[in-house]
Design a protein around this ligand. Sequence first.
Ligand SMILES: C[S@@+](CC[C@H](N)C(=O)[O-])C[C@H]1O[C@@H](n2cnc3c(N)ncnc32)[C@H](O)[C@@H]1O
Length: 277
Amino acid sequence: MATKNYLHGHHASVLRSHSWRTVQNSAPHLIPHLTSPTLKILDVGCGPGTISVDLAQRVPQGFVYAIDPSEAVIEKARQHAAEKGVSNIRFEVGDIFNWEALDGVEEKGFDIVHAHQVLQHLQDPLGAMKEMKRLTKPGGIVAVRDADYSAFTWYPEIPGLRKWSALYLKAAQSIGCDPNIGRRLHAVALEAGFDRKDIEASAAVWVFSTPEERKWWCGLWAERTLQSEFKHKVLEKGLGTVEDLEAIAESFRELEGREDGWFSAMNGQVICHVRDP
Ligand SMILES: C[S@@+](CC[C@H](N)C(=O)[O-])C[C@H]1O[C@@H](n2cnc3c(N)ncnc32)[C@H](O)[C@@H]1O
């Protein structure tokens, strides 16, 4: 199954970023809700599966079902689970809008339905939220977290990074996605039929400030800007030139080299409680 409109694509630099993710650093809002070792969890748009495998380790008598439309990334996720010796998990190629093609996924079948950094990549995030709600048991939760690209900040001010930010927003919007959806996940949940009292909305920030953190984050964005799907989209849509992208990559390298450099990325997150109909 292809992911033709997925802005990030699955270049090695992108997967390096996603493979760093754990429950602790990327799903802190979910931790208080991992209350039983028998929970059944669905992870939608799991990417290389490091969060999914971490979740499976936290519910040893439970089960995680994780899907992603990219076959290559699902293969990586399976390998990761095998390397960790985690067997209470199943990775399948799948699409949030096409559950009929999958067995083992049932309406009201899961205690937790989770998606991390997925709704920002969908043209129909509301439809996705409705699907997630439909698949959750009464008494269970839908847990969603997404970045808010306009709320990313850095120090010192480097003009090339301002250009990157503007270009990223344009590229995402040009394919009908909302790169700032982190700030309105609660609004999407309301529209999907959750009561406001059943929605816990919060935010958490990734900070990259030590030399190691800056090297990792700035290095991978420099590479992503020059090599990943983002580059192809920018060129294909005529939003920028190779020279623009090279200047942006250089700006990330500049931030990496600044001892006083800082980059922070705000993520909006919601826990939505599913009640009896
Ligand atoms: C930014 S990545 C996040 C991966 C993972 N959740 C993580 O945080 O490491 C977004 C993922 O959503 C997947 N995706 C895109 N469209 C999808 C769809 N219609 N249904 C399910 N997943 C989708 C992409 O293939 C990609 O792996």
